[in-house]
Design a protein around this ligand. Sequence first.
Ligand SMILES: C[S@@+](CC[C@H](N)C(=O)[O-])C[C@H]1O[C@@H](n2cnc3c(N)ncnc32)[C@H](O)[C@@H]1O
Length: 292
Amino acid sequence: MRVDREVIDGSTSGIRSNVEEVRNFKTILKNLIPENTLKLIPRSYDVVGDIAIINLPKELLSYGEYVGKAILAVSKNVKAVYAAGMTVGEFRVRELTHIAGERRTATTHKEYGIKIYVDISNTYYNPSLSEERRRVANKVVDGESVLDLFTGVGPFTLHIACTKKAYIIANDLNHHATQCLRRSLELNRKALKGVVDIVNGDALEVLNSIRDNSFDKAVLNLPHKSTNYLDETYRTVKEGGTIYTYLIATDKVEALNTLKTAVKSKPKVGEVVRVLDYAPRKYVFRLELIKN
Ligand SMILES: C[S@@+](CC[C@H](N)C(=O)[O-])C[C@H]1O[C@@H](n2cnc3c(N)ncnc32)[C@H](O)[C@@H]1O
């Protein structure tokens, strides 16, 4: 969930005033932070479960406590606030600095009523992708088998398993992430329709251990590197099966060119959809590849 602003009622001493004041956390900061600096603080932040995460430039960390407390003041459900830096390393984890509230990084986030256990200190999780996960889950049909090769804390897998009678292999190299998924499967056990096998391995090794034509669907959500794994994944997908892969490009044409250059297999390309902003003029695209 991304919060742009909050509505606070203007109650005084328990008596609700007639006028409802609408303000965001930056209004609170107006008297505390110089105007030029305030401009550099983003107006929105992510909320994962009961933890808020704001992208705060390093040079503004000295104002972190003010920013964190202002967010706590306007968001009743937020209990901890972290400033986030770059997403780093193989596990795609954000660099975090605690700025206010509880010193806790584990929480349970809800997407479409599905409980997702996340530890933001050692796993990747992006709440902005919830609709995208639902769209992909809606493409899976009861009885199908699915490979979620870079499952992270397993949000794609959980959407599929909670809505379809599918068999899913969910793999990630980060054992903190697969531990989170294990816990989420437990939290959602009453809602589960599908069956999930969790694997904690390197994607290439896992692909090498899978026979040709095994899966109806595969999801490859590692946008900056997914093309390295497409040929091997193509081999493991059944004829007529689909790979949903994500990659970074400036537009659809560049996305298709990147695919053509990187991949030897000749899949039929279906839908190409822009799903997320990545950097200035760079976006994450989902490409649908169908095996001939
Ligand atoms: C962008 S995250 C996506 C996670 C998940 N699909 C989601 O939507 O939240 C990519 C994931 O790939 C995992 N990863 C990176 N390299 C890997 C590899 N060689 N084998 C398996 N997993 C890998 C990372 O640990 C990370 O959890």
